[in-house]
Design a protein around this ligand. Structure first.
Ligand code: BTN
Length: 266
């Protein structure tokens, strides 16, 4: 393992809280995979795996996550909440709120959340969250692997050409680089506090903040789920994290996980 530049970000955090122990690697296939291995060996709540570069970073719906070295944040938090497996997807929305609050510090007034798991700066994607539940043979929750990828100091010219009209970074959106270790420390603190709020008060406790950052509320979108498509106006998110879409005079709940949205970049 390489020297760990993230020591200042973990310093002073009580054991078992988010970010108290950082496992740092120069290169990994995916922080999700290494975190799963550490979790299987008994890693505690709040331990986080951070890589400088990923060779097979994973996004939602089987997509690749562009993970060049030395400029971004790629981390997976091992969380051990007591909650039904079905509710664990909500943790990526909870993480979205913590990420939005953290990004606000380096990119004020241009931060937004696009349901379900994207963080936007100035209308372009600068990061994403993924929550993977690990269960035992009886389908009981063992842990959640909460992966967060943030484009931080990626130069505009280094954004792959095919993503350039949809993707950005803190550096590209603001013209200023940010201190990645300091930002990680801020993220750990905000994630710990939003996570604890959720464990004690449920998603209701953080939902209004998510709504304040929502990029899509009030906008006309098309939701694509497999072969079906519905167009409608986004009315927010429900208590279970579902997207609320008003279509043909009624409000439809769209569940997280298997849909993508067109019209968001119009
Ligand atoms: C998305 O599709 O928007 C979610 C992207 C999540 C990417 C992060 S980077 C750190 C962690 N390791 C991975 O392989 N994926 C997540």
């Amino acid at each position: 393992m390489a020297d760990n530049p993230y020591r200042p970000a973990e310093a002073g955090r009580p054991s078992g809280t988010v970010g108290w122990c950082v496992h740092y690697f120069e290169e990994l296939e995916s922080t999700q995979r290494t975190a799963a291995e550490l979790a299987a060996c008994g890693a505690l709540n709040g331990e986080v795996v951070i890589a400088e570069r990923q060779t097979a970073g994973r996004g939602r719906m089987g997509r690749r996550w562009h993970s060049p070295p030395g400029v971004n944040f790629y981390g997976t938090f091992i969380l051990r909440p007591e909650m039904p497996v079905a509710e664990t997807a909500l943790l990526s929305l909870v993480a979205g709120v913590a990420v939005a609050e953290t990004m606000e510090l380096v990119a004020p007034r241009i931060v937004a959340l696009k349901w379900p798991n994207d963080i936007w700066l100035g209308g372009r994607k600068a990061g994403g969250m993924i929550a993977e539940a690990v269960t035992d043979s009886r389908h009981r929750l063992v842990c959640v692997l909460l992966g967060i990828g943030l484009n931080l100091n990626l130069a505009p010219e280094d954004i792959p050409a095919e993503l350039r009209d949809r993707a950005t970074s803190v550096m590209a959106a603001t013209g200023r680089p940010c201190d990645r270790v300091e930002l990680a420390g801020e993220l750990f603190s905000r994630l710990e506090s939003r996570y604890m709020e959720t464990l004690s008060g449920g998603f209701a406790a953080v939902r209004p903040v998510w709504e304040r950052y929502s990029a899509l509320t009030g906008r006309q979108v098309t939701v694509i789920d497999g072969l079906s498509r519905i167009g409608g106006t986004v009315r927010g998110i429900g208590p279970d994290g579902a997207l609320l879409l008003e279509a043909e005079g009624r409000v439809v709940r769209v569940l997280a996980g298997d849909v993508s949205i067109e019209g968001a970049y119009d």
